[in-house]
Write a protein that binds this ligand. Structure first.
Ligand code: ADP
Ligand code: MG
Ligand code: MG
Length: 919
């Protein structure tokens, strides 16, 4: 007991310190007539609670309620699922505020107040946690509700829904085995059959009373306790269940996927109920102020007449598109249009909101910045600027940098798509083209993806249990559910190709078939879906480059592609604000040209080793490696020289005078060696030696730990003739460019890899300078060039001041710097990184997103020390991290001059660099 007291004291003290005031911590914020929250308090109130308060504040019709803060959630988990002592008093006071505003009373037998209890974290986690509606109903209050509403069936329908939700969420009534599915649903289905109706809303009050009896029996039987009649007991039970749902399996998986810290916790929103299920002048729905799939400025959403809560998304009845509301409830529709404008004007972003109409009167139940596809993110941001709701800087910050790449995803090849027969068309919910194997289960989709295949997850509808499969699949197809269905929602968030609600598609899990008209497809068959148009095809339709790519390559005119115009607009804005340069990692003229069309301002890394694999080159390369002395080696190098020179000339031409950094030979030599018998024999023949000779030399070159072995500048130091040949090829190519009819004045940047000692660099630089002078002399041209180094081992970073005395530039090779800095092999880390992520030891893969606290320090130290002895030194980075927005933000802060990334990431890097500068 004393121990418990101590923790309580500590927690209260901690809270008090935060607010410095001596008063007790405020755990509950009201919204309604009395509103003390607002949208700035997201961390404390969660997104839903903060925005409910904000909507109430700006005069939108929000049923009154209150939010229990996320601090209570933290307290709850820190203190063995107990609440702060002052919470009960605050809760009672806040319930009283609602009671006063509405003239109702919780648990009273006259005018009973009914409540909803809802979750709401800082970031929305749709459908991941629990909601309870119609709380406060019991055997007595239900009678009052029936009388006061004059609608008995309605009252008992609310009651049975409440018992079902409460039984499920709070009392833990669950399916005991697979055939059981939800026992309440089963009872409901059985009753519908018994009385011969199709829909729940056709059940009479008497039917519902019978159902309630059966529900209570289910609870009794399964939990050994009775469904509670006391309203406050119900309320505490529900609040606790919502806090507990923060740690349910679905929520945990979701948080892992989206990097939401468990420490944030959820808030709990308690709100007076309004009823969309009271009759034909009532409805419930969800809407977006713009189309979340393509960003078009149209009112988008759906609703159901005479329905409550999740009915719209549950897919039992098919909801109507919002446009239809104009006919069915013109007043409510007009109110909604007004709300739509007001919301966008106030929140300055596309909103996704939930509403209920009770007796023709509109109530707002939730609003949030709507999740959207990458395409929609770009379009909405650009159009909001045009509409003068936001400025360019805000627009740039609103577009997740990664989403730019969804404008570059493949579409179906127009010719191939024309030829293919459209089997059916569903709702286009996630733009792009996906072709893959039909998978009916998440497990199957995961299997197909794991074995390198492409999966299209085909479900009647998806639920959060399918999340893993949706992550694994290339595309998602559902036969049921509209724009607010789970599938559509997840597709928007994950930028997945998705067609939903394709009602002609009949999926039979039992038979393992997907039928559209006469076409019967089986699991494992190919299917293709167009998430931009909603079209579905049997077989695998060939894909083509995106419109942006087509315009950039001259196959399409800019004026014919709105997508391209959007892309171009965002890139122009980004270039205006960014400070970081963006280069690309490219080894071939095609890659280079592609990257330049995406806006690359140079090559930050050309890996020469990639040039040694084609055709005859590998043979000469092998001859070089296996040479028994310098003479033999030089002979082989001589044969390689023309190839290298030609490659560099092509690259320099493609870059048209933009800087090109060429890295000298880097990888361990064994990577080039023949390992199987037949290629050993081939090589032996070409060299005119015995196979055994080859085998012995291969064996001699074997290293226990090649990543840390004879590689990088260590090769050039052992065999200066390799460096000599490469430098000669680079400089002769440069000279050739100067001599073109239209000279290209390239300034090649020669980069020495894996330097850890200043003297290593000095050794190599001497060779390079000598060769440069020879080439200039021989070719009678003068050209400029730079010599620099990769900083990719910790010692290089730590002694960067010494190295910078010789180097004209540094390029941080963050792939190797991460390997060597963490002592973690990039190729082997897969086996434990998953566990590390799960345990929060390393939430991000350090090879994808820079480990700022550790490896990042090496970059900072390297940059600072380098600049100390060489003020003007040029600093760049060329690891995978060069295309990762979070890492780019870090490199901006360190003050590097440029990042270099793979060609398709160049637009992402441009945008991320602008965002880093604007943050
Ligand atoms: P989620 O976070 O999963 O969207 P919500 O907390 O929004 O869950 O609740 C789900 C649904 O319950 C809402 O969409 C709404 O239709 C219904 N609901 C919640 N609160 C109320 C209320 N006060 N009155 C009527 N319906 C409500
Ligand atoms: Mg909601
Ligand atoms: Mg390296």
């Amino acid at each position: 007991m004393p121990a418990k007291k101590a923790t309580k004291k500590k927690a209260v003290k901690r809270g008090a310190k935060k607010r410095t005031a001596a008063t007790a911590v405020k755990y509950i914020y009201d919204f309604g007539d009395k509103t003390d929250g607002n949208s700035k308090l997201r961390e404390l109130l969660g997104g839903k609670g903060a925005n409910l308060a904000e909507m109430a504040r700006i005069g939108l019709p929000v049923p009154p309620g209150f939010t229990i803060t996320t601090e209570v959630c933290t307290y709850f988990y820190d203190n063995g699922l107990k609440y702060p002592t002052t919470l009960e008093k605050e809760l009672k006071a806040s319930v009283a505020v609602i009671e006063k505003q509405l003239g109702k009373k919780l648990g009273a037998e006259k005018n009973p107040l009914l409540l909803s209890v809802r979750s709401g974290a800082r970031e929305s986690m749709p459908g991941m946690m629990d909601t309870i509606l119609n709380l406060g109903l019991n055997d007595k209050t239900v009678k009052a509700l029936a009388e006061e509403s004059g609608n008995e069936a309605f009252a008992y329908d609310c009651y049975r829904r409440f018992i079902q939700m409460y039984g499920d969420v709070v009392m833990g009534v669950q399916a005991v085995n697979e055939n059981d599915h939800c026992p309440f649903e089963a009872a409901l289905e059985k009753l519908r059959e018994e009385v011969g109706v199709k829909f729940d809303n056709q059940l009479t009050a008497e039917n519902l009373k019978e159902l309630i009896k059966r529900y209570k029996e289910i609870i009794k039987k399964r939990t050994k306790s009775a469904f509670p009649q006391d309203a406050y007991e119900q309320l505490w039970g529900s609040v606790g269940a919502v806090f507990k749902s923060w740690q349910n399996e679905r929520a945990i998986l979701y948080r892992q996927k989206y990097g939401i810290p468990a420490a944030w916790g959820t808030a709990v929103n308690v709100q007076a109920m309004v009823f969309g299920n009271m009759g034909e002048d009532c409805a419930t729905g969800v809407a977006f102020t713009r189309d979340p799939a393509n960003g078009e400025k149209v009112f988008y959403g759906e609703y159901l007449i005479n329905a409550q809560g999740e009915d719209v998304v549950a897919g039992i009845r098919t909801p109507n598109p919002i446009a239809k509301l104009k006919e069915e409830m013109p007043n409510a529709h007009a109110d909604l249009e007004a709300v739509r404008k007001k919301l966008e004007k106030h929140f300055k972003d596309m909103q996704d909101f939930e509403f209920t109409v009770q007796n023709n009167k509109l109530y707002m139940l939730q609003t949030r910045n709507g999740k959207r596809t990458g395409l929609a993110a770009v379009r909405i941001a650009v159009e909001l600027v045009k509409e003068k709701l936001i400025n360019q800087k805000t627009a740039l910050l609103k577009i997740p940098a990664d989403s730019i790449s969804s404008l570059l995803v493949a579409v179906f090849d127009p010719a191939a798509e024309k030829k293919a027969k459209v089997l059916s068309t569903g709702l286009p919910a996630g733009p792009g083209a996906a072709a893959g194997k039909i998978c009916f289960t998440a497990e199957k989709a995961e299997q197909v993806a794991a074995s390198g295949g492409h999966a299209v997850l085909c479900r009647v509808e998806t639920t959060p249990e399918d999340l893993r499969g949706m992550i694994a699949a290339d595309g998602i197809l559902t036969s049921r559910g509209g724009v607010s269905s789970h599938a559509a929602l997840v597709a928007r968030q994950m930028n997945k190709v998705c067609v939903c609600g394709a009602s002609e598609v009949v999926i039979d899990y039992g038979a393992g078939t997907l039928t559209i008209g006469d076409t019967v497809l089986n699991e494992g068959d190919d299917i293709s879906i167009n998430g931009t148009s909603g079209d579905i095809y049997a077989g695998s339709v060939t894909t083509a480059p995106s419109e942006v790519n087509q315009v950039l390559s001259g196959k399409m005119k800019a004026k014919d592609s709105y997508t391209f115009q959007l892309f171009d607009q965002v890139m122009t804005w980004a270039d205006k604000y960014r400070k970081l340069g963006v280069r690309t990692n490219a080894d071939s003229p095609e890659q280079a040209a592609n990257a330049v069309s995406f806006g690359a301002e140079g090559i930050g890394l050309c890996r020469t080793e990639h040039m040694f694999f084609e055709g005859d080159r590998i043979t000469f390369m092998r001859q070089m490696i296996l040479a028994s002395d310098e003479k033999e080696r030089r002979t082989a190098l001589k044969k390689l020289l023309p190839f290298q020179r030609k490659d560099f000339t092509g690259l320099f031409k493609a870059m048209g005078g933009l800087p090109v950094t060429v890295r000298l030979l880097d990888p361990p030599l064994h990577e080039f060696l023949p390992h199987d018998e037949s290629s050993k024999r081939e090589l032996a023949n070409s060299l005119g030696v015995d196979v055994d000779v080859i085998s012995n030399r291969v064996h001699a070159l074997h290293e226990a730990n090649p990543m840390l072995g004879h590689r990088g500048c260590r090769l050039g130091i052992s065999y200066p003739e390799i460096t000599e040949m490469q430098a000669r090829a680079i400089f002769e190519a440069a000279a050739a460019c100067y001599k073109l009819k239209k000279p290209i004045k390239v300034v090649p940047e020669v980069m020495v890899p894996l330097v850890g000692f200043a003297d290593e660099l000095k050794n190599q630089v001497a060779v390079i300078h000598r060769v440069a002078a020879e080439v200039m002399e021989k070719k009678k041209v003068k050209f400029e060039y730079l010599v620099g180094t990769m900083i990719e081992v910790p010692r290089g970073a730590l002694t960067a001041d010494e190295i910078a005395e010789t180097a004209q530039f540094f390029s941080f090779g963050t792939n190797d710097l991460t390997q060597t800095g963490l002592g973690m092999s990039r190729d082997d880390a897969g086996s434990f990184l998953g566990k590390y992520k799960e345990l929060d030891i390393m939430p991000q893969n350090p090879f994808a997103s820079i480990d700022a606290a550790g490896v990042g320090q090496l970059v900072e130290i390297g940059a600072a020390k380098g600049r100390k002895t060489n003020k003007g030194i040029k600093l760049g980075i060329c690891g995978e991290h060069g295309g990762d927005p979070a890492s780019i933000n870090f490199f901006h802060q360190v003050g590097l001059n440029y990042v270099s990334c793979s060609p398709p990431r160049v637009p992402v890097a441009r945008l991320a660099a602008a965002q880093a500068a604007l943050k």
